[in-house]
Design a binder for this molecule. Structure first.
Ligand SMILES: Cc1ncc(COP(=O)(O)O)c(C=O)c1O
Length: 388
């Protein structure tokens, strides 16, 4: 069911963009968040059908595409999404940038829970807003929310917007009901709007359960949820994501905004791929989840045996593993060590919030077990070489 594909020399960003990003091309790439697995057969079949038809004229957003997503949310997340709430964007990150412009003014404060997916940080800064970071509490690799710090910072800085990452990239948490409610209630109390990035909603490990924050209370007037088939079905290049806006005023503002930038809809390939994946891709996803869990358990065990001082955060969700190597390597030497001595391309902790995270790496484990074994071996070998 799941097929690993060699992606070198296919213009893959992960494999062929190494030189540009890391200054070397001979690294094992476990960085940018896509998978090295072929997409579900149903996706390939539908795209082939469309190409056989052969007319690539202007394309209208299919009703069935929206319905497939609505059904998915209802079935797997218990979230009833109304059709009129749904909008398109070419990505979750573009939508985050748009909503920053729509929901806040220049110099307004926007809060995030750090360490966090770095485009959140860039989006706030690039749009001339004031970035407020509330660090998660880290106890031996287990991350929780510092509610007091979160609320104090909201009050102190007159925060207008919170960008939530749920599940959380990079620390792998699938937030629990109480945690989400705690955050939302603080935001509601202080009139803070929320963008909830739930792009990793389907990548949950074991018994963990993703809860769409929208299902936890009456947050319609303060909440926009962003998600996509991108991570779930490995469709990043399709540039297709869902914007869920229950509030009619925010929807109206969004529609005007989108008309002004003239990006009202996406390309046919994205719609077709996404629709067929939501309709028929569940079994494929199950196989992916199985492989991710197997890879995770392997890494955890192997590092525990061979590098017991490496702190691997429990992976509840996402396929991105957060590892603290600070007991082996000085933070300021970590990047060159990983690239030059271990021959690995990983995301570095500093990207997710600055120097205080410089002992960390984020490892994308959505690849073959063989690649994982090789990468872990390279890491262990690199560390053993400097320790002896
Ligand atoms: C939390 C999060 N949001 C958004 C994205 C990317 O979204 P898009 O490609 O739709 O802009 C990623 C990709 O890694 C992600 O981890």
């Amino acid at each position: 069911m799941l097929k690993y594909v060699e992606r070198k020399q296919t213009d893959s960003k992960k494999w062929d963009g190494l030189e540009a990003m890391f200054g070397a091309s001979d690294l094992m790439p476990l960085w940018v968040a896509d998978m090295d697995f072929k997409v579900a057969d149903c996706v390939v079949e539908k795209l082939k059908e469309y190409l056989d038809f052969g007319v690539l004229g202007y394309y209208k957003q299919p009703e069935k595409y929206k319905q497939a997503f609505i059904n998915w949310e209802q079935t797997y997340h218990g979230y009833t999404v109304k059709k009129e709430w749904l909008r398109y964007s070419p990505g979750v990150v573009p939508a985050i940038n748009w909503f920053i412009q729509l929901l806040t003014e220049k110099k307004d404060s926007i809060i995030v829970l750090t360490p966090v997916y770095y485009p959140f940080l860039d989006a706030v800064k690039n749009n001339g807003r004031n970035l407020i970071e509330s660090d998660l509490i880290n106890e031996g690799g287990n991350y929780t929310i510092d509610f007091k710090d979160f609320e104090d910072k909201i009050i102190e800085n007159h925060v207008k917007l919170f960008i939530l990452c749920s599940p959380h990239n990079p620390v792998g948490r699938v937030w629990k009901k109480d945690e989400l409610k705690g955050l939302m209630n603080i935001c509601k109390k202080h009139d803070v709007k929320v963008i909830s990035d739930e792009i990793h909603q389907d990548i949950v490990i074991g018994e963990n359960k993703h809860i769409p924050v929208a299902t936890l209370g009456d947050y319609d007037s303060m909440l926009v949820t962003l998600t996509a088939g991108t991570k779930t079905f490995n469709l990043a290049s399709c540039k297709n994501s869902f914007v869920i806006i229950p509030d009619s005023q925010i929807r109206k503002a969004f529609d005007i905004f989108v008309q002004c930038i003239r990006i009202p809809d996406g390309n046919a390939f994205g719609y077709i791929a996404v629709q067929s994946a939501y309709e028929k891709g569940r079994a494929w996803l199950e196989a992916v989840l199985h492989q991710i869990e197997e890879n995770y358990l392997y890494i955890k065990k192997k590092l525990h045996e061979e590098l017991p001082l490496a702190e691997v955060s429990p992976l509840e969700g996402t396929y991105l593993l957060w590892i603290n190597l600070g007991k082996y390597i000085e933070g300021n030497e970590l990047e060159s060590f990983i690239k030059e001595r271990c021959k690995l391309a990983l995301d570095f902790g500093v990207w997710f919030g600055g120097e205080r995270f410089n002992q960390y790496v984020r490892m994308n484990i959505a690849t073959s077990k063989e690649n994982i074994i090789k990468a872990v071996e390279q890491l262990i070998q690199g560390i053993e070489n400097i320790c002896h």
